[in-house]
Design a protein around this ligand. Sequence first.
Ligand code: B12
Length: 264
Amino acid sequence: MNTDAKERIKEFALSLGVEDVGIGSVRDYKSPRSPSIESIFAGARSMVVLAFSELSNYLSTNKRIAMAGRIDSLAFARACVYRITRFIEKEFGALSMSTPFSYPLNMSPESKFGLIADFSQRHAAVAAGLGTIGRHNLVIHPRLGTRVVFSTVLTELELEPDSPVTEDLCTHCNLCVEACPAHALDEEGKTHEFKCLSCSQPNGLASSIAFWLRFVDSPPEVQKRMIASPEYMSLYQAQSLVLEYHCFACYLACPVGVKKGASA
Ligand code: B12
C-alpha cells in the first residue's frame, strides 16, 4: 500500500479547492445495475472520489440562476478531475482515467436510455467513505450534507481505502418525499426516473422527441410557427447546455448540512 501517494493525492486535490477526497478500493464498488469497472478500465485498483459542495444557487427561485450553479460545479469538477488524473500519472507513473460526472451516457435500451451510467458516482462515494445514502437516494456527506456532487478518478495505483461511514446520516424526516413535486420518491429505495425527469428536465429528451413527432405531423405553416416558438427555443437551449435542471426540491428540503452562513 502506498500511504505517501494517498496523502499527496489528497493534499493536491484539496489544494485545488475540492471539498473532500475519499479513497475506495475497486473491490468495494458494488453497483449491481452498472457495468463492472473491469469492463471500463481493466487494471483499475483504486478510486479517488472527489466531493464538491454545490454553490448556493439552488436556493434561487430563478431557475436559470439555480441551474447555472450546477453548470459551474460541473465545469469545476471536470477541471479538477483532469488535473488529478494527470497528477497521479506524472507523479506515480500509474495509469489513471477520469469518469463522467454525468454525460456522456449510454443511450441503449440496456442502460435504460441513459439512466444507468457507465460508472455510478454515488456507489463510488459510499465505497470511499464519503457518506451514506439517504431517503432521497442521494449520498449524504458527514460534513457537507446532501448538497454535494461527486466525481471519480480511477487508477491502477494500490491505495489504502478510507473507512466507510457507519452512522446513518439520514434523519428520516421524509421532507424530501413530501417536497418532490413529481412524487418520484414515494417508493423507498428507488427514484422513479421518469417522474423526476418530468419536473427536473422538462426540456429534456422526452420533450424533444414529442416536439419533433408533432412537427413531422404538422402542415408547413404550423411547422414554421413551431420552429420560431419559445417551446423550440427552450429545447434548443437545453440541448446546447446538455445538463439542464429545473428542480432542486429534494435538495432544498433536506435539513442535513444546511448552510448557516458564509463560513459554512
Ligand atoms: C441518471 C442520473 C439521474 C436520473 C436517474 C437517477 C437514478 N435512479 O439513478 C435522474 C434524472 C432521475 C436524476 C436525478 C437527480 N440527480 Co442524478 N444522476 C444520474 C447519473 C448520471 C447516473 C446514475 C445511475 O447510473 N443510476 C443507475 C444506478 C447506478 O443506480 P441504482 O443502482 O438504481 O441506485 C438507485 C437505488 O438503488 C438507490 N439505492 C438504494 N440503496 C442504495 C445503496 C447505495 C450504496 C446506493 C449508492 C444507492 C442505493 O439509489 C439509487 C436511486 O434510484 C449520476 C452520475 C453518475 N455517473 O453516477 C447522477 C447523480 C446520481 N445525480 C445527482 C443529482 C444531484 C441529481 C438530482 C438532485 C438532480 C439535480 N437537480 O441536481 C436529482 C435527484 C433525484 C433523486 N432524489 O434521486 C448526483 C447525486 C449526488 C449525491 N449527493 O448523491 C449524481 C451522482 C451526479 C454527480 N456527479 O454528483 N439523476
